[in-house]
Write a protein that binds this ligand. Structure first.
Ligand SMILES: [Zn+2]
Length: 470
């Protein structure tokens, strides 16, 4: 086992980190995570679960310490007495050296746990400052919530290291050695590039373990295509592109939804852990329920994989085909709260799709614009007049210029204009510059208006003319 470093060395390390000048950011590099499934023996799985157990306890103990510290601080404020205590990441690092039994867990994992707690508080303070919704005080974690740990210094082989291939094994079979646990096998189905930053181990809800290598890689700039696109996301049609293409709403969840429903029913039927009024456990959770929970986890993982596969493929297609991509900056949190739309919106996973689109676009050197989605489906793309409509109105029909197209197509084009106005004007020359469009521009009822527009009158002039006609 590697020697765990003592407090002095930790403090020295923290000081040295502070003193070290920050490297200038490499703009041509991006962070990429490679994830592989671990093939564990029963013994190893047990050992890893134990690591999570101790780290989770350590996290909760330190959170308790912080909570008590805040209480004392508050009391001192009320009593107007002097309060000189301080609670920082560094001061909590002392708790690592004070640990009576480290359970042969590498010190860096305890540090990682403290770092998580520190970051949880940092973002809590930031949320208070921002005053954006609930601040949400950091919570105690259960074992189900504390499901991963990271070796921050993996690039220097601290706590975890890559092991040379065994002769005679498949070239994809690789091993890593984790301090205190031993050699862990995994199948590396993809070649890795770049410099190693950190290595993390995660336990999924279905009980499977994964190892992830975080690496810094060079951007993979794709050749220019000369195409630009605006994308509208909807429930009726999943994606509508400004050039008229559509991606239909995928019908892939039927089976997985049924499985989740079934599994959920079994879980709720079985014996839960029960507590009395004093918080004492009266009945333990049954083994049957634990097993059913694992099956429910598996069903959820399956649905997640389907969704991931779909969003990965769609985002890859878009990034490969277009240089400039305009998308909506959707506020999914707010949208989900709309009655009756919660589940379909969660399912649609536009957030995931746009996130994947964003990082793939950055990697490929594409331009991406996130535009404010308000009024994109109301405004007329042709004459920019606002045409009010209900959610059930599926076509956009402008009563001023007569522009009639599918509602989503109108929105997609408006999104493109908002994101890349100059490129959009080049692509679709709209009123008042010139009239060139595939769609029937004017209907007979609006012929007078059409005449006015064709003559190149401004929209203000149109209204006066309209009055004259009347
Ligand atoms: Zn119009």
């Amino acid at each position: 086992m590697e020697k765990c470093c003592d407090l002095a060395s930790i403090e020295q390390e923290i000081k040295s980190v502070k003193k070290r000048p920050r490297k200038p950011k490499d703009t041509d590099a991006i962070i990429k995570t490679y994830e592989f499934r671990l093939l564990l023996k029963k013994k190893q799985e047990k050992a890893l679960n134990l690591v999570l157990f101790y780290l989770c306890n350590f996290y909760n103990d330190n959170l308790r310490e912080r909570v008590e510290f805040l209480k004392r601080k508050k009391e001192a404020k009320v009593n107007k007495s002097i309060f000189s205590e301080k609670m920082t990441f560094e001061s909590q690092c002392k708790n690592i050296t004070n640990l009576k039994d480290k359970h042969s867990i590498h010190t860096h994992l305890y540090q990682d746990s403290l770092k998580r707690l520190y970051l949880a508080f940092q973002s809590y303070f930031k949320r208070i400052e921002d005053k954006n919704g609930k601040a949400g005080f950091p919570r105690y974690k259960t074992l189900a919530q504390y499901n991963s740990f990271t070796f921050q210094d993996a690039c220097r082989n601290r706590g975890i290291r890559l092991v040379a291939d065994k002769p005679g094994t498949c070239f994809k079979t690789k091993r890593i050695n984790m301090t205190g646990v031993g050699d862990l096998k995994y199948i590396q189905h993809q070649q890795m590039e770049g410099n190693l930053k950190t290595i993390g181990l995660t336990k999924d809800v279905d009980g499977k373990w994964y190892v992830s290598f975080v690496r810094e890689i060079k951007k993979n700039i794709l050749p220019e295509t000369g195409n630009s696109i605006g994308i509208d996301a909807g429930l009726k049609t999943y994606l509508t592109f400004s050039n008229g293409d559509v991606v239909k709403t995928p019908d892939i969840y039927q089976e997985s939804t049924l499985n989740i429903k079934r599994a959920q029913k079994i879980v709720s039927r079985r014996q839960k852990r029960e507590k009395d009024k004093e918080g004492k456990i009266v009945k333990e959770e049954s083994n049957g329920r634990k097993k059913a929970k694992l099956l429910l986890g598996k069903a959820h993982v399956k649905e997640r994989n389907i969704r991931n596969d779909f969003t990965h493929k769609e985002s890859r297609k878009i990034v490969n085909n277009y240089d400039n991509i305009a998308i909506e900056a959707l506020n999914i949190k707010k949208m989900v709260q709309t009655k009756g739309f919660g589940k379909p919106i969660h399912r649609a996973a536009w957030g995931q799709l746009f996130e994947k689109l964003s990082y793939k676009a950055i990697d490929a050197g594409r331009k991406i614009a996130r535009v404010d989605p308000s009024y994109t489906s109301q405004d007329c793309f042709q004459c920019r007049n606002r045409v009010k409509k209900e959610l059930s109105d599926r076509t956009h029909s402008c009563h001023i210029c007569g522009y009639t197209v599918d509602r989503d197509l109108n929105a997609a084009r408006n999104i493109l204009r908002k994101g890349f106005p100059e490129i959009c004007e080049e692509l679709f020359q709209t009123i008042p510059n010139n009239i060139q469009n595939k769609e029937p521009l004017f209907n007979l009822e609006n012929s007078a208006r059409a005449e006015a527009v064709m003559e190149g009158q401004s929209m203000d002039g149109l209204y006066t003319r309209e009055a004259q006609i009347k």
